[in-house]
Design a protein around this ligand. Structure first.
Ligand SMILES: [Zn+2]
Length: 557
């Protein structure tokens, strides 16, 4: 039996009877109801979206304002940034001159089994609470609207990451009128079929939703067109490397991955930086996919849209998660940021083995799947790999300019760092010699514009041959049917002379097919095979310096 406290014992003088306590509770409840002017729980619904993998899913935000002692709760797997939102919302409301709702506030983010991360829920939750508080007046969130945005303490709305996937998800769920932070409006306007309302302050958003003053829809015409290739990055800046420029044009036309071997300062990085310029225009679908990835990382807010194919050049100290993606929440890595463009690995041998091995999956399937305890996330990673290496650790093996200081063992170990499996996925290996000082008097022979035309013609010719996949993905039987008998004989001769594997033969035939496309030839000819074989310099090489001396002999001959 529970012992009664002294004040609960009716025999003690001065006790408060249970009946009185009950009355006191009723009075407190009545006072609270009078203060907030409510008669029962009030409810509202607002539509938004949560980022998940490389996309987003539609989210319904439910807000309930009930009587009771003040309490704020957010449920539905909110991340730490979402849980903190209530403090930002309170300050923003106070700064805007709105009395924040009182009582027991419950916010539910449905579906409740999807993790919610990021700050894009600030604006929809704030609007949901205001609408719930005003629900007796009959104001409701319009069914065709969705919104996202981060609130600052003074009521302004800040840009958020991942607006592009958010707008795509909203459109899929039939919501075509989207309120986004003004800083994200350009980015959002690239999704066709939606009306974008740029919001600058919380007050503006409230006026828009309550139809007191509508925000003018964002117009794409204000957008300033960027030039596709800036003049400062033209291939003609690279002098004395005609062989490498030709090889990279073939790589661009056939989608071949390429590795450049050469001493320091011969122009490997310059060539790689100019490579995206000669790639053909990308399709709208590819541009949207690549921009979604950049949007998730918050890299679009400045310019609003990536017009050019991406060029990513991560440092060799990058971690596996930095390259492939990871973290919590999972964000895409450099390999996905290079989707649709070029991933350039300078000093490829310096990258850690686990990073290079991790690239095998995207090179094969053009996607990266990251599995975690709860879920698996997949990001697109269809990049073209361009790598650069020195012939030896010091960089001057078999050079006429400087003396190499590396031992034979060092050189062999250095060459062995290029692992077989990753090298197998690189079609072309080209050797670059130091530039002749006399060449600096002139400019390069070809401009980016000319090379791009050549690449476009080769791709158009391939499409006329009714081949949908790029040449780098052709299989053996298909290639043989596209090669003339003299071409096949010549491949057999090259294989015998250089003791090549069947895999090398396949690569040579693929490159030869691209060379034939560039000349508009329906069948691969003998000269195409000769040219292709010259782009396979690492076949059967134990020391990387050998490719340079071979190349020098070729030039002198
Ligand atoms: Zn050396």
């Amino acid at each position: 039996m529970v012992k009664k406290r002294w004040w609960e014992n009716e025999n003690v003088p001065g006790h408060i009877s249970n009946a009185l306590l009950r009355t006191a509770r009723e009075v407190m409840k009545h006072v609270a109801m009078c203060q907030s002017g409510m008669s029962g729980p009030k409810y509202s619904q607002v539509y938004s979206g949560a980022l998940s993998g490389d996309g987003a899913i539609p989210i319904t935000i439910e807000c309930m304002v009930a009587t009771g002692l003040p309490k704020r709760t957010v449920v539905g797997l909110p991340g730490s940034a979402v849980r903190e939102c209530m403090d930002r919302i309170w300050s923003a409301m106070s700064s805007t001159g709105i009395l924040p709702p009182r009582g027991v506030l419950t916010v539910n983010l449905a579906p409740a089994d999807v993790a919610k991360h990021g700050t894009l829920f600030d604006l929809p939750i704030a609007l949901g609470l205001i609408l719930a508080d005003a629900s007796p007046s009959g104001k409701r969130w319009p069914d065709d609207h969705a919104c996202a945005g981060e609130l600052s303490l003074n009521g302004h709305i800040q840009p958020v990451k991942g607006i592009l996937p958010f707008v795509l998800a909203a459109r899929r769920s039939g919501r075509t009128k989207i309120l986004v932070p003004a800083g994200n409006a350009l980015e959002a306007s690239h999704v066709p079929g939606v009306t974008v309302y740029p919001v600058r302050t919380l007050a503006q958003a409230i006026d828009h939703v309550s139809c007191e003053s509508r925000i003018a829809p964002f117009s794409r015409h204000r957008r300033i067109k960027e030039r596709r290739t800036s003049r400062s990055m033209d291939v003609s800046d690279v002098v004395g490397q005609t062989y490498a420029v030709d090889a990279l044009t073939v790589a661009a036309a056939g989608g071949h991955n390429c590795i450049m071997i050469g001493p320091p300062g011969c122009g490997k990085t310059m060539l790689a930086e100019r490579f995206t310029g000669i790639l053909p225009e990308w399709s709208e679908q590819l541009a949207l996919e690549a921009n979604c990835i950049h949007s998730l990382r918050g890299l679009l807010t400045e310019k609003g849209w990536k017009q050019e194919r991406p060029f990513r050049s991560p440092h060799h100290t990058i971690s596996r998660a930095g390259m492939l993606g990871g973290g919590r929440p999972i964000v895409p890595g450099e390999a996905s940021l290079a989707h649709g463009g070029v991933l350039f690995l300078d000093e490829m041998t310096q990258f850690s083995r686990s990073v290079l091995e991790g690239l095998r999956e995207p090179l094969e399937s053009r996607r990266i799947v990251l599995s975690r305890l709860r879920d698996a996330v997949s990001f697109p990673a269809g990049f073209q790999l361009i790598a650069a290496i020195n012939p030896c650790p010091c960089g001057w093996d078999r050079s006429e300019k400087k003396k190499c200081t590396c031992s034979d063992v060092q050189k062999l170990q250095y060459a062995a760092r290029l692992s077989g499996p990753i090298l197998d996925r690189i079609d072309m290996h080209i050797a670059l010699l130091p530039v002749d000082p006399a060449a600096f008097q002139s400019r390069g022979e070809s401009t980016t514009r000319e090379l791009r035309v050549m690449v476009r013609r080769a791709i158009e010719y391939r499409k006329r041959r009714r081949q949908a996949v790029p040449n780098c993905e052709l299989s053996g039987p298909d290639l043989e049917s596209l090669t003339s008998s003299e071409g096949l004989d010549h491949v057999a001769d090259v294989m015998a002379a250089r003791a090549l594997s069947a895999r090398s033969r396949l690569r040579i035939l693929r490159i030869a097919r691209t060379c034939a496309d560039m000349d508009g030839s329906p069948l691969v000819r003998r000269l195409d095979v000769t040219r292709a074989a010259s782009y396979r310099r690492l076949d059967g090489v134990t020391e990387l310096g050998m490719v340079l001396s071979e190349q020098r002999n070729r030039v002198e001959a």
